[in-house]
Ligand binder design. Structure first.
Ligand code: NAP
Length: 250
């Protein structure tokens, strides 16, 4: 890539977002690592810079439109127009359906679905102006299969699939692609926290044995797919659901 382009990765301080941030920085993007956990984002940006790449950390709460707008303005003044957006920040939840309270439902919707809405509305004008852009939404394989005790979480992730397909139709004529990667069973702090709380119905190793490729996903597996979807070569791919799940969902 000859011209520098700016990429924003939400939830970039941990797990999948960390791997995507490091990969996009390596790919030559000026990478804004956004996270609620500012310390974690700083560590990731520092890791990228130590490898000779361009990256800066920014604090954001994606569930808060004012925070999103203020942070994306800071990114713009640091690196210029935002042409790549990876909506990755997310929270999980396990609860019997009848025990999901309104505040729990509202919070997961705010982070997992309103977050991508706010971030995309803030970044898309830059992409339209440039006549080029890439949005990658990190949904979940659970949106394809359903998942017991995760009605609230899965609803947000299935919503993100519909969001992706609809936005792709609207933005395609403007040179912007919008795709979603629904990861399945990726070894991150989120997955390990679920394992520790006994919420996986077995250990990570047990599930790995049941996975067709016989291993858990690595954050880098998702980063590889995101990197491709963001590349020039992927310009004819839009509105797609690109599963990266070791064959657990087909
Ligand atoms: P993770 O390790 O928990 O990382 C998520 C990051 O997002 C954390 O740094 C978290 O900060 C941050 N975050 C949470 N709420 C935020 C907010 N309101 N604003 C900004 N940042 C926020 O999770 P992960 O496993 O890498 O998951 C990344 C994405 O992949 C999520 O959307 C998740 O639903 C999806 N996913 C993961 C898997 C999997 O197997 N791991 C499977 C399917 C889908 P805090 O630590 O401060 O909360």
């Amino acid at each position: 890539m000859t011209e520098r382009r700016t990429a924003v990765v939400t939830g970039g301080g941990s797990g999948i977002g960390r791997a995507i941030s490091l990969r996009l920085a390596e790919d030559g993007f000026a990478t804004a690592v956004l996270d609620l956990n500012e310390e974690a984002a700083k560590n990731v940006a520092e890791e990228a810079r130590q490898k000779g790449h361009e990256a800066t950390a920014f604090k954001v709460d994606v569930s808060d439109r004012a925070s999103v707008n203020a942070t994306l303005d800071q990114v713009r003044s640091t690196y210029g127009p935002i042409l790549v957006l990876v909506n990755n920040a997310g929270i999980t939840g396990f609860k019997e359906f009848l025990k999901i309270t309104d505040p729990v439902w509202d919070r997961i919707v705010a982070v997992n679905l309103s977050g991508p809405f706010y971030c995309s509305q803030a970044a898309v004008p830059d992409m339209i102006e440039a006549g080029w852009g890439r949005i990658v939404n990190i949904s979940s394989s659970s949106a394809q299969s359903g998942q017991q005790y995760m009605t609230h979480y899965v609803s947000t992730k299935a919503g993100l699939v519909g969001f992706t397909k609809s936005l792709a139709l609207e933005l395609g004529p403007k040179g912007i692609t919008v795709n979603t990667i629904p990861p399945g069973f990726v070894d991150t702090p989120m997955l390990r926290a679920s394992e520790e709380r006994g919420l996986l119905g077995g250990t990570v190793d047990h599930h790995a044995d049941l996975t067709p490729v016989r291993r858990p996903g690595r954050p880098e597996d998702i980063a590889n797919a995101a990197s491709f979807l963001i590349s020039e070569e992927a310009g004819y791919i839009t509105g797609q659901v690109i599963g990266v799940n070791g064959g657990r969902n087909t």
